[in-house]
Write a protein that binds this ligand. Structure first.
Ligand SMILES: [Zn+2]
Length: 334
């Protein structure tokens, strides 16, 4: 019997899924729309469909699945396999994800936060390979983070450890969904960058971006900043520099607390590359403890959007191995 492992990265707009061999070689992958607005049962149905299609493509049957890992945005109960709340998935409150998948595929199902499965991927197969102290920052629509300390992924009491996006940067700042204001993620994220540009334009600054959207500021996208930056647009350069500097302030604090060897920056906004990272490094260098700073590199993520599916598979395999160990200790009950 040839077993395989399924990794699913559930996003607000896309389900990314892949099937791997026991050696974690990619066998097949595909993407499918999440259709989040149609509610949790519909989305779970789409996930089941995607898994069925993957199996079909590699000519395997449901019995060949060793385990299934899923990365899900939002608050989770990992042990019970529940989604408690997800800002990007309407209606995902106390949804028993693991049970829904297990009802069709009789294999162990493990869920974790979407950013943490990215971390597992980058740690095992990407930029973090071989490191034992890592901070991963993903700058997408929002700002997410995951942390590895001494070779262990950090979870904390309620699995909320590493919420760097909610680091309080300003006593009075942009309100945040978490209830606080001035959180780092309200500034350093695709949404944050766009808000900064809008604020500056509304305050009378000018930018080439404004002509690209024909003055309809709602059409501004974070990706436009890199293009404008390269055109020599002063506002775009300023906004990316400011965001990089602010992220650097946050990361200097993180560096002083955790003393990591590597900070990996991924997510869509990280495609700005050195346009953003140069300011991040300058800012970190001037604010962190010199010894910690000298020992730490700040690099871009390597796996891109594939980090989530491979990470979900890595995580599931780890948890599955843990289950076996535990069962052996408890007398070998399967
Ligand atoms: Zn917050």
């Amino acid at each position: 019997l040839k077993l395989c492992i399924i990794g699913v990265d559930l996003g607000g707009t896309q389900i990314k899924a892949a099937v791997f061999s026991m050696e974690l070689e990619l066998l097949e992958e595909l993407r499918y729309p999440t259709e989040a607005r149609q509610g949790p049962q519909h989305v779970l149905g789409n996930i089941k469909k995607v898994i069925a299609e993957l199996l079909l493509r590699i000519g395997r049957s449901p019995e060949d699945i060793l385990c299934i890992g899923l990365g899900i945005p939002g608050l989770l109960d990992r042990e019970r396999g529940l989604s408690i709340f997800s800002p990007n998935l309407p209606g995902w409150e106390h949804i028993d994800v693991a049970a829904a998948i297990r009802a069709v595929y009789d294999a162990p199902v493990f869920i974790d936060n979407d950013v943490r499965v990215n971390l597992y991927g980058e740690w095992r197969f990407g930029a973090g390979k071989g490191y034992r102290n890592i901070v991963l920052i993903t700058i997408g629509t929002g700002l997410g983070a995951g942390i590895v300390v001494e070779g262990q992924v950090l979870y904390g009491t309620t699995s909320s450890a590493g919420e760097i996006g909610h680091m309080n940067m300003y006593r009075e700042g942009r309100p945040c969904r978490c209830g606080s204001k001035g959180c780092l993620g309200r500034y350093v994220s695709a949404a944050g960058l766009v808000n900064t540009v809008k604020e500056r334009l509304n305050a009378g600054d000018t930018s080439i971006v404004e002509t690209w959207v024909q003055s309809d500021l709602e059409q501004i996208k974070a990706e436009m900043l890199s293009l404008a930056y390269d055109e020599g647009d002063a506002l775009a350069q300023d906004v990316l520099h400011e965001a990089g500097t602010l992220l650097g302030v946050g990361l200097a604090n993180v560096m002083n607390i955790l003393n990591p060897q590597l900070i990996i920056i991924g997510g869509g906004v990280a495609n700005a590359g050195e346009r953003l990272l140069r300011s991040v490094r300058e800012s970190v260098s001037s604010r962190s403890l010199p010894l910690s700073n000298q020992a730490c590199q700040i690099v871009q993520a390597q796996l891109g959007s594939r980090a989530g599916t491979i990470g979900a598979a890595v995580y599931a395999l780890d948890r599955c191995a843990g289950l076996h160990d535990k069962n052996e200790q408890e007398g070998g009950k399967p």
